[in-house]
Design a protein around this ligand. Structure first.
Ligand SMILES: [Zn+2]
Length: 197
C-alpha cells in the first residue's frame, strides 16, 4: 500500500466495517529483504505505512496479523511502541530472543507446514510458550513440498511438528492453539457458535 493510498484505505476500512464484520486487520508488516526494500528510503516508506496501518487497527479495535521478513526486531519494537496488544506474527523466522520480547508484549506466533521441512525453526518453536503459538497454513504457499500446492488440511502437519518439537501430544497442541486463536480473534467465537473447546 502506497503512502498516497493510505487515506483511501482508511475511508474504505470505515465503509467496510459499517457493512460487515471484521475479525482482524491483515496482512500488514515489514519486509526488509534486499529485493523488496533495496534502499533506506524504501525501508522508511514501509515503516511509515506500517505505523499508519497499526493506527487504523487500533482505531478499529482489531488485532493485527503481521508479516515480518529480515525485520523481526524492528517489527516487534514498532508494535510495542505503538501500543499494540493483540498481534499474530505469522511465519515468524526471527531470533528466539526477539520472539520472547514479543511474548512479553502478549503477541502470538504462527507457523506453517513449511517448518516441517527442516529443523531450522525448532529452537524458536521450543522457546515460545505454547500459550503464544497458533497454527497456520499460509496456503497455497509454504507447504511441506515447495512444488506442491499447500492446502488448508495441511494444518495438521504443523500441529504434529510443534507437538514433536515440544514433546507434547498433538491433541494438546490442537486444543491450546485453538484456544489461543479464539483469545486473539474473539469475534470468531461469537460467529461460530458450534465451536466448543
Ligand atoms: Zn507473510
Amino acid at each position: 500500500l502506497s503512502l498516497q493510498g493510505l487515506w483511501w484505505f482508511h475511508d474504505v476500512c470505515w465503509n467496510i466495517i459499517s457493512h460487515c464484520v471484521l475479525f482482524v486487520c491483515f496482512q500488514i508488516g515489514l519486509d526488509f529483504t534486499p529485493w523488496c526494500a533495496p534502499s533506506h528510503q524504501d525501508r522508511e516508506d514501509q515503516m511509515s505505512v506500517f505505523i499508519k496501518q497499526l493506527s487504523v487497527a487500533k482505531e478499529l479495535q482489531l488485532p493485527v496479523n503481521v508479516h515480518s521478513r529480515s525485520a523481526a526486531k524492528v517489527t516487534i519494537e514498532t508494535m510495542r511502541e505503538q501500543g499494540i496488544s493483540r498481534a499474530l506474527l505469522h511465519n515468524f523466522a526471527g531470533k528466539p530472543s526477539v520472539a520472547l520480547e514479543g511474548v512479553k508484549a502478549g503477541f502470538f506466533f504462527s507457523f506453517p507446514p513449511a517448518v516441517c521441512r527442516n529443523h531450522q525453526r525448532d529452537k524458536l518453536i521450543k522457546q515460545i510458550p505454547l500459550e503464544h503459538i497458533c497454527l497456520e497454513t499460509d496456503s497455497p504457499a509454504l507447504g511441506l513440498d515447495k512444488l506442491e500446492r499447500n492446502e488448508p488440511c495441511n494444518i495438521a502437519l504443523c500441529c504434529r511438528h510443534i507437538a514433536d518439537v515440544k514433546g507434547l501430544s498433538t491433541q494438546t497442541v490442537q486444543i491450546v492453539t485453538a484456544q489461543n486463536a479464539l483469545r486473539l480473534f474473539p469475534k470468531v467465537q461469537t460467529h461460530m457458535q458450534h465451536i466448543s473447546l
